[in-house]
Design a protein around this ligand. Sequence first.
Ligand code: GDP
Length: 298
Amino acid sequence: SILFDRLSTTFSDLFRQMGGKAKISEKNVQDAVEQIKLALLEADVNLRVVRRFVNATLKEATGEHVLRSVSPGQQFVKIVHDRIVHLLGDEAAGLNLKGPDTTSVILLLGLQGSGKTTTASKLAARLKKEGRRPLLVAADLVRPAAVDQLVTLGSQIAVDVHSEKGAKDPVKVAKNGLKRGKKELYDTVIIDTSGRMHVDADLMKEIKSVFQAVKPDETLMVADAMTGQHAVDIAKSFDETVELSGVILSKFDSDTRGGAALSLKSITGKAIKFIGVGEKSDDLEPFVPERIASRILG
Ligand code: GDP
């Protein structure tokens, strides 16, 4: 995989050099941290995040107890590893849904093309596999093909889709979808909403209205991992409008440098809950920081 290619080359080279050393000096640590800094910046990690990472790592790794320990190189490697896991969010964060006797609501938000519609169906497929009974709701009334796309995807995974031909009001569709979900005993209603090319007032107003109408249990922003730090800025904007409960990073199978994954948690405080790893309905994986760290660190 080409994922994190540059980043993991830097880390694995560095870890090989440092890990094998029986003694390391403060200068060795400084040089190593400088290389990490450049690699993180090149991977489009947020500058503030990089600075904090560098300062904290330097402080910890140049401590006497590290430099004078029996295996300082190994300790250095462990410090960096743990800090990367921390940047990624430490623990995997699952979905907070109610039990199957009530209807939970998942609202999906994001810019146009971020992968919302595809992700909605992936999430439905996943929940269905876990024994839940999801209903998809097609409330993206802006992108012309979005409704038909969701209907098609739903039929491919045998999940029902609530859609309203000719509808103009996404709030109404979302509300009707939820009403139907409750009445027909679906335990999860997944609402696909519209995006725009950019964050704008019109989009935020629409999203806020839908959010207030359905009071979601999970409000997840779908972000394109390839957009790097931009994804983090967008998440901030959405979070100021509706409180996000998490983020799904799509297109994690593409040539992403890692910037979004490594910056998001510390900048927004929001956990990445899933990653999209392809275009098929089963290409959605839980985001497990430890696992991603292993891929980054090589
Ligand atoms: P929306 O406008 O946000 O609803 O975006 P779509 O769901 O239509 O997705 C836009 C494009 O990205 C489509 O061609 C999807 O197949 C593709 N896509 C979505 N998620 C992924 C992913 O995880 N990996 C890859 N490779 N492509 C994806």
